[in-house]
Design a protein around this ligand. Sequence first.
Ligand code: DMJ
Length: 581
Amino acid sequence: MNLQRDTKIDLSGPTIPTIFKSNKIDAWNDSDSDENLDQSISHRKIIRRWNQLSRLQRSLIYVFFTVLLTVVLVILCLPKPTSDVNKIKRKLEQDALKNVSQAKEPASNLDQVKKVIYDIEVNERPVFSGPGNARQFAVVESFKHAWRGYKEHAWGHDNLKPVSGMAYDWFSLGLTIVDSLDTAYIMGCNEEFEEGKQWIKNELIFTKNKDVNFFEVTIRVLGALLTNYHFTEDTLFLDKAKDLGERLMAAFSSPSGIPYSDVNLGTRTAHAPEWSHYSTTAEVTTVQLEFRELSRATNNPMFEDAATAVSEKIHQLPKKHGLVPIFINPNTGHFLPHATITLGARGDSYYEYLLKQWLQTGKTINYLLDDYVTAIEGVREYLAKRSSPNKRLFIGELASGSEAFNPKMDHLTCFLPGTLALGHANGLPGWHMTMAEELLYTCYLTYAAHPTFLAPEITHFNMVSATDDMYTKTADAHSLLRPEFVESLWYMYQLTGNTTYQDWGWQIYQGFEKYAKVPNGYTSLANVKSEKPIPRDMMESFFMSETLKYLYLLFSEDRYIIDLNKYVINSEAHPLPVHKN
Ligand code: DMJ
């Protein structure tokens, strides 16, 4: 009975137990009831006023509030401005990259790595806003200085000889203009870009009866045309790229499909070099990014199919723990047995393009990743050694014939830290990054060891007790102002944010300014060991295409100025878009 009485619904409002009932609560209750009274009076007043209004006045007020409501609803429903969406998207992608690069645990299961696919759509054109700080301004000045000298003395020829003020032709394709045009675009050098573009439009032809190197023309000319097309959407560049690509296709006409090294663009014929039956392994495996992009841009699979077949064929060949000899026979499709194994000249970009092709195709072609991972393990097992006395990590070679270890490292090998860091940022094990950091430091020392603060073409290492870890033979002491070290600095800077890499780059840049700058441009040097190095009188097109471009990117406060989630950079520093597959 008690229970029934207790559960009865109380309609008298909240009951406050007596012990909690204070004057304060009473006061709050009282003021509430006064307010209610005031409110009901004012409501009545409003209703009276409303009734006093004419019909027209009331209609006008109705219309006013309806319009106001509609405007508010439209504003709320509108999508956010695209730039904001892009900013957020970009931030998310950057965070994803950061997270992966900070992961300490090595990825133990490769299949898991393969599943980590960033679903990135890259149809946007990048926006470059010009130099943003003193270092970048200095690099732009260097670019303009080199461009002026080339324009005055070698315009339309492949290279400038900046000391004699003469021109040099290799393929007769205006190599310096084409190769450096996207650098001008990235740096915001509009005048130079327009001059170069007009030359390409009016003068660049591929009909000459002349042999060119298939690989060099692919990475420097085809790669550059495709990047400029991607940056500007000007079909002028795509038309030229298509014309060139169709002519270069002759290289694949060997019995095995492995490209010949030389192509005559005019006659559309190809052959092995005069001195050998063999093609270079790094050359035949460093055209795939460009041919694939040409297919995607023209909607014609022919280019990609031919280039992909080469990678597939090489995938099938036996290797030494993923490491490849530097020569391959285009007639038989087999490696030259016991040829040198190196990550320097003729071997380097085979490894680079395994990873980059995997990234270009949205991480969908697994054998490329497998071959890359196996090869880097092979590098660790057979080629990575430590010097004496300071245990510097370096990458040596297995000599042709004997396969004996040769403790020498080309400057070209300094591309590897950047590639290793890129792999690690995309899920590969932590030791890839450790190797990248250590190797990059060794590369830095190859510069710091010389009074010019410039690196030689080849460095030799001591492996048994010695006073110095490394030394430079006079025959190897020249410098072509190559890009590989500053390229790796830029990758490491973007992927870690560590500004020490910028400072190292600045030291190298000052070496170029002090020793390689001449009134008409920048010259290769004969001996970096000398404080007065003799000039070699040659400005390579990759100095403007790659070295200056990477320095400019490295000095940017925005380290994602060319975002490695969205671009894959070809072997000549021409950025190409990443695809979903
Ligand atoms: C460039 O032409 C390319 O980077 C190539 O892959 C290697 N050599 C030069 C620069 O050193």
